[in-house]
Structures are given as C-alpha cells and as structure tokens.
Ligand binder design. Structure first.
Ligand code: SF4
Ligand code: F3S
Length: 104
C-alpha cells in the first residue's frame, strides 16, 4: 500500500485524489491519508504530489505514518475531488518537523 507522510501536513495540495482509481483518500483538517485496505498499489499518486508526501510502505520513511493512515482513514471523510490548497501551502512545502502540527 501507499502511505501519506509528514510532507502533506499544511500543504494538502490534493492532486493525489484526482488520479486515484479507487478513491481511497480521506481528508482531515490539514492532511490526507490513504486507506491501506482500499489502496491497490497502483502507484500513480506518488509522482503527482508536489510535496513528495506519498511513499510506498516499503520505504522506511513511510513506516512511522502507516498506523496514522489506517486509523484516520476510518474516521475522516472520503475525498475524491481536488479542492483549494491552503493559501500558505507553498510556504510549508519541504519544511521539516511538521508532525507536531498534525491536526486530527
Ligand atoms: Fe490510489 Fe493508487 Fe495511490 Fe493507492 S497507489 S492511493 S490506489 S492512486
Ligand atoms: Fe497531500 Fe500531496 Fe495529496 S500534499 S493532499 S499527499 S497531493
């Protein structure tokens, strides 16, 4: 499965949802997650993310985020259409240490 990681926080560009063939993205206040049981591992979302936030679960950097994706995919609403990214999304792009800013 693929996993949305830290780089998504406060960037939330949503290009990913437009390409997912199975609509398995779920949306929180400042981040998206992927439902691991619905993702078919097609990989098309990975290069679409301008923040490079999406990683395969085989990548070590995805491991700390896998459980969060699974948990919140069960309570957040599904999202299938790209909305407007936060106005300051570009300022947060590539910023480290965003995990503390995660908002459920
Ligand atoms: Fe959707 Fe494919 Fe990305 Fe999984 S890898 S979230 S199925 S676009
Ligand atoms: Fe997040 Fe990238 Fe999608 S920033 S909303 S994973 S396009």
């Amino acid at each position: 499965t693929y996993v949305v990681t830290e780089n998504c926080i406060k960037c939330k560009y949503m290009d990913c949802v437009e390409v997912c063939p199975v609509d398995c993205f779920y949306v929180g206040e400042n981040m998206l997650v992927i439902h691991p049981d619905e993702c078919i591992d097609c990989g098309v979302c990975e290069p679409e993310c301008p923040a490079e936030a999406i990683l395969p679960d085989s990548d070590d950097r995805a491991t700390p985020w896998a459980e969060l994706n699974r948990d919140y995919a069960q309570s957040w609403p599904n999202i299938t259409r790209k909305g407007e990214a936060p106005p300051d999304a570009d300022e947060w792009k590539d910023k480290p240490g965003k995990k503390a800013l995660f908002s459920p």
